[in-house]
Design a protein around this ligand. Structure first.
Ligand code: NAD
Length: 449
């Protein structure tokens, strides 16, 4: 009999991780209603965006913006341009943003946006018109104190400059810089924002190593790293790990990958990508398809492209000692369980990919104060925040493991028919910490009216 295909619905996956945290978010009394309140998005906007393309034809694009939760502050989250964008995907990503902000202690809630389009077929002018139309359509649903976008998949600082410009045209005579982050440096952007997600990931990795929360890994000089995705996050992660002494043995982008077990010459890969638009066919390397990069032998595997890349179809073939999530949701829950059974630790996205939103918060603060900090200052603050967040998760994890029997007892009392609790992972601990913080803020504010 054929096995049922794995359900790759991203919203289902995000809910699964949330549900695994619930038994550890005490007290459980009254939890059911609270769970729905904390999990369901507060607002979903779907807009139709008619845009005249360069060939003179009108194309109707679909755009989404989801405000997941604003109990801890205004909504914060990127805008992605991708052909697979749909409502469920944006809802899932918005929820992850809520947990990321709560986890790192920055005073934002979660939001996300996206336009269903393929940037590979669009000119610069067409992208500009889509961005402006999307920003105008969202109107006052965006705002420096309500919902603040940033770059994500296939959007960048130029896209954010157009968001800012459009919003500023609609709101003349005020400081509009804090309405969007990830802007160019000359337009209120923060030093260090471009590399923040990768840098933050590296700080988390260093911290976990230093407190002994990862298995024995070789020194950085002997460490092999494989990375899926060679965009903002993947390329910068390769750079940060390489600068720290690690060997980058494989990288990939949407067209395929390249592998050299002795270590890729990163500068050459970067210039090959600049020249040809892809890492594929880089001389003196072995070709890989874009999923094969996930199964090469390495110490550290960093998925930095799309969601649901490591599934039950390839989890058994992962040949890494640790997986650090840079993309949002790259591993399905079922694959997570396989990796856990195989003793391959996973550093969860809501911690390891939170550096971008942390520096976005720094940019917002600089914009409000009309300041520009130095890159060193930004990095120091980022390192402090990532260290603090990592420590808090590891402490939570230790307590959950120590008190698993007590949690199990309370859970069985509340749900006599429920299965035994699976042993909590770092991901469970990260969710528990984030959801507890959101719950506390909700209860302290009270449910209106
Ligand atoms: P990007 O558009 O700069 O780069 C995306 C990369 O993924 C490109 O190299 C692209 O070629 C590659 N890619 C696309 N489809 C692929 C496929 N099927 N297989 C392999 N590679 C593929 O985007 P980014 O900003 O680097 O974002 C990458 C991931 O990181 C996304 O999941 C995003 O949500 C997440 N993320 C981004 C940020 C940020 O600050 N930009 C922050 C946190 C998380």
């Amino acid at each position: 009999m054929d096995m049922p295909a794995e359900d790759l619905d991203f919203f289902r996956i995000v809910r699964h991780h949330f549900d695994r945290a619930i038994p550890f978010v005490h007290p459980l009394k009254g939890w059911r209603g609270m769970a729905e309140l904390l999990f369901e998005p507060e607002r979903i906007i779907k807009v139709s965006l008619p845009v005249v393309l360069d060939d003179g034809f009108v194309h109707n694009f679909l755009g989404y913006r989801v405000l997941h939760d604003k109990v801890r502050g205004p909504g914060k989250g990127g805008i992605r341009f991708h052909p697979d964008v749909d409502e469920n995907e944006i809802k899932a990503l918005a929820a992850l943003m809520t947990w990321k902000c709560a986890l790192t202690g920055i005073p934002f809630g979660g939001a996300k946006g996206g336009v269903k389009c393929d940037t590979k077929t669009l000119s610069e002018n067409e992208k500009r018109r889509i961005t402006r139309r999307f920003t105008a359509a969202l109107g006052d649903n965006l705002g420096p104190n309500t919902d603040i976008p940033a770059p994500d998949l296939y959007t960048d600082s130029q896209t954010m400059a157009w968001v800012y410009d459009t919003y500023a045209m609609m709101h003349p005579g005020q400081n509009n810089l804090p309405v969007v982050t990830g802007k160019p440096l000359d337009l209120g952007g923060s030093p260090g924002r471009e590399t923040a997600t990768a840098q933050g990931l590296f700080y988390v990795f260093e911290r976990l190593l230093s407190i002994g929360a990862l298995p024995d890994l070789p020194d950085l000089a002997d460490m092999d790293v494989a990375i899926q995705g060679f965009g903002n996050v993947g390329r910068n992660a390769a750079r940060v790990f390489n600068d720290a002494g690690a060997r980058i043995v494989a990288v990939s982008d949407s067209r395929g990958g390249v592998w050299d077990p002795h270590g890729l010459e990163l500068t050459q890969v970067e210039s090959h990508k600049e020249k040809t638009g892809s890492v594929v066919e880089m001389p003196s390397t072995r070709p890989l398809d874009h999923r094969e990069v996930l199964t090469v032998r390495c110490d550290v595997l960093i998925p930095a492209a799309l969601q649901t890349q490591i599934t039950t179809a390839n989890a058994e073939q992962i040949d890494a000692r640790v997986v650090i999530e840079a993309a949002n949701g790259p591993i399905t829950p079922e694959a997570d369980d396989v990796l856990c059974d195989r003793s391959i630790p996973v550093v969860p996205d809501i911690l390891s990919a939170a550096g971008g939103v942390v520096v976005s918060y720094f940019e917002w603060v600089q914009n409000l104060a009309n300041e520009q900090w130095t890159e060193t200052e930004v990095h120091d603050r980022l390192r402090n925040t990532m260290n603090r967040s990592t420590d808090a998760i590891v402490t939570t994890w230790t307590v959950l493991l120590d008190q698993l029997n007590d949690y199990q007892e309370a859970w069985s009392e509340a749900k006599p028919d429920a299965a035994a609790l699976p042993s909590p992972t770092l991901r469970t601990a990260a969710h528990v910490l984030a959801v507890r913080r959101c719950r506390r803020a909700t209860e302290q504010r009270g449910i209106w009216p």
